[in-house]
Write a protein that binds this ligand. Structure first.
Ligand SMILES: [Zn+2]
Length: 380
């Protein structure tokens, strides 16, 4: 008997920008960066909040970090375009025990927080003079000089090292969403690739297009998966935001750090619980959606939900892998998930994790990509 429901659900990955500021002051009117605008300093609790939300929704949140205020050795004096102080950069007021404490939370919660490359100072300074937007590219998507891109990226790596924050990121979120897709050798992707970046997300309506993407939800930019963040449904300025009445129909839930924080840090958990309830109700328990476990899972599940056609009969489902094979898409993971209301027996000896969840069966299947598998038949 045919199942009533059999589907490869579309993923949702939380990408949260502007994590890493210690000052919460938005000082862009006085030539300092657009920070988070929360009316207090950030604190260790604000990092715990990210980890808690990730744990409660079974995901690894991609946190786009801004790292200038983590600089323990004032190395950014040597990268004057990265901060408002230029060659006089002095970060002493943000150097204190909270750096170790927050680093500890981030490292202990590595399965729940992914550090993504977002910015050093977020904007681009020419001294003397006001900053222009943004750090990696200008308003037309034209990349900053390659030497600056490399210097900023190196500074990000060194500041991570100063703070023992782990390996260099594999994901990139352009600051202020200034990015040109398809710029190839004239763009930022060759540099990002040399640093191991394998995932970029940006709102497609903010992207400058040198060529068209393959799909409204994704493209491949210089060999790197490029995923549509969609429209900003919640402003970066909203502190303690409510998700009720909002729905992210694309693969990315694009947020900014203060959206899930409370003006009173000790009450962050109230805001986080509200977000977790919303995400569990609308995505974890939904038939046609699933929370991405991490960035690669988001990419893989997205491709499978779009490029893995299913033929459903009374006795079987046949999944056609031909569009995914032959290395057509880079950096795919090994598993994807199926949601169905039916007990199924999987062939080919897969690593089956069948979990009964909220009345739906969630199967995880080891993908046949890269093998010669063309079809997968699942019998009911
Ligand atoms: Zn940002």
């Amino acid at each position: 008997m045919k199942p009533i429901y059999f589907n490869i659900p579309a993923p949702l990955l939380i990408v949260m920008d502007d994590v890493g500021w210690w000052s919460g002051e938005d000082s862009h009117l006085s030539n300092e960066p657009f920070r988070t605008g929360i009316s207090r300093n950030h604190c260790v609790n604000d990092y715990t909040a990210i980890a808690e939300l990730a744990k409660m929704t079974g995901t690894r949140i991609q946190a786009g970090f801004v790292l200038c205020e983590w600089d323990r050795e004032n190395i950014l004096r040597n990268v004057p375009s990265s901060t408002w102080m230029g060659g006089d950069w002095d970060n002493s007021k943000h150097q204190g025990p909270w750096l170790d404490e927050a680093a500890d939370v981030i490292i202990k919660n590595r399965p729940h927080i992914e550090i993504a490359l977002h910015a050093i100072g977020h904007e681009y300074w020419k001294h003397p003079g006001p900053f222009s937007r943004a750090e990696w590219a200008d308003m037309d998507g034209v990349m900053r000089p390659a030497s600056d891109i490399v210097a900023h990226t190196e500074a990000f790596r060194k500041i991570m090292e100063q703070n023992s924050l782990g390996d260099f990121p594999t994901s990139f979120v352009p600051s202020a969403f200034k990015h040109c897709f398809g710029a190839e050798e004239n763009g930022i992707t060759p540099i990002l690739k040399s640093y191991g970046i394998n995932f970029i997300s940006n709102p497609f309506d903010a992207t400058v297009w040198e060529k068209a993407p393959e799909d409204p939800a994704f493209g491949i930019d210089g060999g790197i998966p490029f995923v549509n963040r969609g429209r900003g449904l919640i402003s970066w300025k909203v502190i303690d935001a409510s998700p009720e009445g909002i729905y992210w129909d694309g693969p990315i839930c694009g947020l900014h750090w203060p959206n899930i924080l409370n003006p009173v840090p000790e009450e962050n958990s109230l805001t986080v619980e509200c977000w977790a309830d919303y995400l569990n109700k609308n995505y974890v328990r939904s038939k046609d959606r699933v929370m991405a476990k991490d960035s690669i899972d988001c990419w893989t599940q997205l491709l499978c939900s779009k490029k893995l056609p299913i033929s459903l009969t009374d006795s079987a489902a046949v999944l056609d892998f031909s569009k995914l094979n032959a290395g057509r898409y880079p950096y795919l993971g090994k598993t994807f998930r199926i949601k169905t209301d039916f007990e199924i027996s999987l062939p080919l000896n897969p690593s089956v994790l069948s979990v009964k969840k909220h009345g739906l069966l969630l199967f995880e299947y080891e993908i046949g990509i890269g093998s010669e598998l063309e079809n997968l038949t699942i019998r009911f």
